[in-house]
Design a binder for this molecule. Structure first.
Ligand SMILES: [Zn+2]
Length: 467
């Protein structure tokens, strides 16, 4: 069994920091050796030594919301499982949970098979799946249990996108009741799509076709309302609820209130809602199309609420909702009609860096960074302690991170398969030096050493925050 020693670094976990060397044996962490205790007297021989002096040693990032090669509006998101997981590894993410997407009239199990076929043999890092339920019927409801047995126990539903993914309140309730019987979690895209569609039609009829109208026709109140409704339905069904990509203060208030009453409600936000705003959607010359995602970017004054929510744990997780569409050919589909711009933004590569920028800015502590980016995602989606922690026995998914390095985010240097960066020109402090996935060096001091097919499917357990 080959061994690697990561020496001289500061191990950062959700519970604290420790000057320690980390011994990896095969694909697992064998030991965490506190230097204050060993004083150099225990210096294990290893086949390879990675010098982490002056660097952080982190559990690999876990991005629980990605969409690789996802069908949307007649096109596909631009990253494949191969290119997307490679970009993730560059950015210090060692696990993704992607979404299998049930099309209307198809079965959940056939959908899961399709997504396995897309990912199998192609991923550079480990991966799991959530299931998008877009067609609630007797067969689908029965199949949910089979999905759980197959290691997929989180089901995403949509209050948005009528005619595509949209589920009625009755359908949501039925699926929640079914999920609750097994302890599975329902994830919700909470926006009132029925009302939004009316606002979109009014805007287009009035000739307001520019990308900014994507944001203006999806006001934060309609995210707040849908979030409250989802929480109420989950309460009636007694089902754990996870609000995806929360972007609006109104939605955060609804989540905080539900959590205060003891309801099992959780929420994530994404870097784009922490750093970008409606002003970006309003960039001229159709530039705003680069920032079209749903829910939309909000006015700047929502950002402080989201950072605060991350500190108070009303927001528990930061994921990316990585769903890249190229500006040329794909975003262009919506020139002259903002409602035809494919919804989604790239981000899987920069989540760890953008959150570290939040640490540098005093928005998050170092340990909270690791918690929201790795440890809580592992617990929330049944992967802990295999993932999400640096501890003996855990998978050797490890990132050596240089907190002093400077980098400028740009499409010219990123590794995502998309022709623009939402953060073009943004200078940040901190960058990944080395990424290990189950003991294998994938990013080696700035050189990609991984291979498609190293990444394995992760069957997951239930949400570990529940009784
Ligand atoms: Zn999404």
């Amino acid at each position: 069994m080959s061994t690697t020693l990561i020496s001289g670094g500061t191990v950062v976990t959700a519970s604290g920091t420790l000057d320690a060397d980390v011994l990896v044996a095969g694909d697992k962490i064998a030991a965490v050796l506190a230097r204050e205790v060993t004083a150099g007297e225990v210096a294990p021989a290893a086949d390879r030594v990675i010098d982490a002096t002056g660097k952080y040693v982190l559990p690999g990032g876990i991005d629980v919301h990605t969409h690789m090669e996802m069908p949307f509006g007649g096109t596909f998101s631009a990253d494949t499982f191969e290119t997307g997981t490679r970009a993730a590894a560059w950015g210090g993410t060692t696990t993704i949970i992607d979404f299998a997407v049930q099309a209307k009239g198809t079965s959940l199990l056939a959908t899961l098979d399709n997504w396995h076929a897309k990912a199998d043999g192609n991923c550079a890092i480990d991966y799991g799946f959530h299931m998008i339920v877009s067609d609630v019927n007797d067969m689908t409801l029965k199949e949910m249990d089979a999905c759980i047995a197959a290691g997929v126990n989180s089901f995403k539903m949509f209050m948005a996108y009528p005619g595509v993914f949209y589920a009625t309140d009755g359908e949501v309730l039925l699926a929640m009741q079914q999920a609750a019987r097994s302890g599975a979690t329902v994830m919700m895209h909470a926006e009132n799509g029925i009302a939004i569609d009316q606002l979109v039609a009014q805007a287009l009829a009035a000739g307001r076709t520019e990308p900014v109208n994507h944001g203006l026709t999806r006001p934060p109140e309609l995210e707040g309302e849908a979030t409250s409704r989802a929480i109420t339905l989950a309460k009636v069904a007694d089902c754990p609820l996870y609000i995806v990509h929360l972007s609006a203060r109104q939605a955060l208030e609804a989540v905080a209130e539900a959590r205060d009453t003891g309801q099992n409600v959780f929420a994530e936000t994404c870097p784009q809602y922490l750093y970008l705003s409606l002003d970006d959607l309003a960039r001229p010359e159709f530039e705003g199309a680069k920032f079209v995602a749903s829910p939309p970017l909000r006015p700047k004054d929502h950002q402080d609420s989201l950072w605060r929510g991350l500190r108070t744990n009303d927001l528990s997780v930061v994921s990316t909702d990585h769903c890249p569409f190229c500006f040329a050919d794909q975003k262009e589909l919506g020139r002259g009609d903002f409602s035809k711009i494919p919804n989604g933004m790239p981000g899987v590569e920069h989540r760890m860096d953008l959150l570290h920028a939040g640490v540098a800015a005093g928005q998050l502590t170092l340990t909270r960074w690791v918690e929201v980016a790795s440890t809580t995602p592992a617990r929330m989606f049944g992967l802990y302690p295999r993932k999400g922690v640096i501890a003996a026995g855990s998978d050797a998914d490890i990132v050596v991170y240089d907190p002093q390095a400077r980098q400028t985010l740009s499409a010219a240097t990123h590794h995502m398969n998309v022709d623009y960066s939402a953060y073009e020109g943004l200078a940040v402090t901190g960058r990944v030096v080395t990424t290990l996935s189950r003991g294998r060096v994938v990013i080696d001091d700035g050189v990609y050493q991984g291979s498609p097919g190293h990444g394995a499917f992760l069957p997951r357990g239930l949400n570990q925050y529940l009784r």
